[in-house]
Design a protein around this ligand. Structure first.
Ligand code: GAL
Length: 654
């Protein structure tokens, strides 16, 4: 199994490389990712390339038995490129982005694309068969630092051409978008605007003041543009190299359709920062991000950047507590991580990321964090065959849709509605109950699932409805909620009664809804609803809970419908806390899904190794020790596990 670190040899004097490599070897690192921001040093002037330094460090790493993930450096354009070509993105007010950060170039700029392809080709040609190269990383974190949506003239032209391919005639576009509203009918595809700045003052401008179909197509187009940009590099690399290709994703980030971004790649990797200037992530949030990454390609993934120290840009976040870096590492592995790479090797005393500390400090001295990583590496070396290619035994799936994310960003339903939030709530409740759910696209719904949650699935295509019908007919349990089946594929409201294509499945119909900021009790221990209530009539379903207040008191709040051999639960309102836990427990029981009881703040995950053997990973995210009921023989040292997990402790038992 690969265990490594992100390394920037170009930041250091060559005389230090030897010492760095020595420390890497001691830390048990067997791979480094390099070069993903080194465009300026690789092509200091247009068409003048300097690969000698990269040759040299690759040779040194190779001699030391350390493999390389070679990054294409296109996220950080050199100054000459920006000086000579008009490649910078435009924001939604039409303002040009400034130089001085990174990822500021437009994926639809022909000059940027051409130069990005040239440097990629040069690298692929030179290193495609290099014995040290284990994998390629394309670019870095598409969408990081800026919107994925650019409003430049190139984007406008490309968008017009994409729309023309999609709709065939402008009349069809006008009809489907409903541009008759406010006299917005277009005469020609070239006439179509980008949904940027509207006529109100910039500080009041709302992106949702545009036509929602236009907005939706622009989200799709912008996402597709990055996929195309990535694919172009992947195609070039494949001409020269048979090594696997990845890109480093960003977990929960949703402005790019990660299912599509994963397609041209051999594997997905991602960057996991748990505690930094901006976030102190819950462990559930990190767990879910890992699962989203696994679901992006339905395949184990790598962590390409794992937090290794205090982190921030202009302020520090917290420092990892003793044991936490090891815990985060095993949490990743428990959710399907097949390769672990820490960010970064040596902390940079200069540049924007002075405050993003690495495995060793500015003075190059290994301390607590280094030794913890070293120990983790030692363990992983011994247990690699158990981890690599291992799979979770879960039979619960949470469906995430990028289209529905965009739709709910464009039209938010109500102040407190949040698509990511509702997915998270169902995920976290499942984690608490112990089903350790997977996350993935609706196409991952299969006979292997006992329970599928597809909350707030607002746009449902006919094909998707068929997938769900098949699944339920054959005995599956499906959970749908309010804001499902309300829109068509053009992001318009349905003209038929919601939940539209899901009506037969759910056995209910929507009559009214209430998003007023009131609290409404839900009977039978389901707690209180604070965000949204669908007021529904049952057709073939029956209610298992009703509202306790308001003018719809007594009407169904949670229903169950039998469909074929399976059942569909419709949750007509938001639930939280104990109420949501009760629902998830009920669904787990009804569906027969697997679960493992475990103390609060812990994860207990059953995994099957590639050789068929099974083991259980126990992760304690609490800062105090906890006692579990589970017993077994520790894979770490063969001792009998007595059920005690240390603060931030990890145990793996057979
Ligand atoms: C990631 C990025 C890295 C580094 C890190 C810390 O988003 O991929 O290059 O910037 O954050 O800021």
């Amino acid at each position: 199994m690969y265990f490594g670190v992100d390394y920037y040899p170009e930041h250091w004097d060559k005389s230090e490389w030897g010492e760095h490599i020595k420390l890497m070897k001691k830390a048990n690192f067997n791979i480094v990712r390099i070069a993903e921001f080194a465009w300026g040093r690789l092509e200091p002037r247009e068409d003048e390339f300097d690969f000698l330094w990269l040759d040299e460090i690759m040779e040194k790493l190779h001699e030391a038995g350390i493999k390389v993930i070679l990054g294409t450096p296109t996220a950080a354009p050199p100054k000459w490129l920006v000086n000579k070509y008009d490649v910078l993105m435009r924001d939604r007010y039409g303002r040009k982005r400034g130089y001085g950060s990174r990822r500021e170039c437009c994926s639809n700029s022909p000059d940027y694309r051409r130069r990005a392809d040239i440097i990629t080709e040069k690298m692929a040609e030179r290193y495609g068969k290099h014995p040290a190269v284990a994998a390629w990383q394309i670019d870095n974190e598409f969408g990081c630092h800026a919107s994925t949506r650019c409003y430049c003239e190139n984007c406008r032209r490309e968008f017009a051409s994409a729309l023309s391919k999609k709709y065939g005639s402008i009349g069809e576009l006008n009809r489907r978008w409903g541009t008759v509203f406010w006299s917005q009918e277009y005469e020609d595809f070239d006439d179509v605007i980008l949904p940027g700045y509207t006529s109100c003052e910039p500080e009041n401008a709302q992106q949702w003041s545009h036509n929602p179909s236009l907005d939706m197509d622009f989200y799709r187009f912008s996402s597709d543009s990055w996929v195309r940009f990535e694919k172009s590099q992947a195609d070039i690399i494949r001409k020269y190299s048979d090594r696997p290709i990845t890109h480093n994703f960003m977990g929960h980030f949703s402005d790019i359709d990660y299912y599509k971004l994963a397609e041209p790649l051999d594997f997905v990797s991602w960057d996991n920062y748990v505690d930094n200037q901006w976030n102190h992530e819950t462990y559930e949030n990190s767990a879910m991000a890992h699962e989203i990454m696994r679901g992006a390609k339905n395949k184990n993934f790598w962590v390409m950047e794992e937090q290794a120290g205090p982190a921030g840009w202009d302020k520090f976040g917290g420092t990892p507590r003793p044991g936490q870096i090891r815990l985060w590492t095993y949490q990743a592995i428990a959710h399907g991580c097949d390769g672990m790479v820490y960010f970064r090797f040596k902390s940079a005393p200069f540049g924007m990321e002075q405050y993003w500390l690495g495995v060793i400090d500015y003075d190059g001295i290994p301390r607590r964090r280094y030794f913890e990583i070293q120990k983790t590496g030692e363990e992983i070396k011994r247990l690699a065959s158990k981890f690599e290619g291992a799979v979770s035994e879960t039979d619960v799936l949470i469906v995430k849709s990028y289209e529905n994310t965009w739709s709910s960003k464009i039209k938010r339903n109500t102040e407190n509605f949040d698509y990511r939030g509702i997915l998270y709530d169902y995920y976290a409740a499942n984690l608490a109950v112990g089903t350790d759910p997977a996350c993935g696209p609706i196409t991952a719904v299969s006979g292997g699932c006992k329970a599928v949650y597809a909350p707030a699935y607002s746009i449902v295509t006919d094909e998707e409805a068929r997938i769900l019908e098949n699944y339920v007919s054959n005995g599956g349990t499906l959970v749908l909620t309010y804001r499902s089946g309300i829109r068509d594929e053009d992001n318009n409201m349905l003209r038929t009664t919601p939940p539209g294509a899901l009506r037969l499945l759910t056995g209910i119909r929507l009559e009214e809804f209430d998003s007023s900021p009131v609290e409404v009790g839900v009977s039978d221990g389901f707690g209180r609803s604070r965000v949204w209530r669908d007021i529904i009539s049952t057709e073939t379903a029956h209610a298992i809970a009703v509202y306790e207040d308001e003018f719809y008191k007594g009407s169904p709040a949670v229903t169950v419908n039998t469909f074929g051999k399976g059942r569909v639960i419709y949750v007509a309102c938001d639930l939280s806390g104990e109420g949501l836990l009760k629902l998830v427990r009920y669904i787990t029981e009804q569906s027969g899904a697997r679960y493992i009881e475990h103390p609060e703040g812990t994860e207990v995950i059953r995994r099957r190794a590639a050789d068929g053997s099974e083991y259980t990973m126990l992760l304690n995210h609490n800062d105090k020790s906890v006692k579990t009921e589970l017993r077994g023989v520790s894979l770490f040292d063969g001792s009998e596990f007595d059920g005690t997990l240390e603060p931030y402790g990890v145990e793996i038992i057979e």
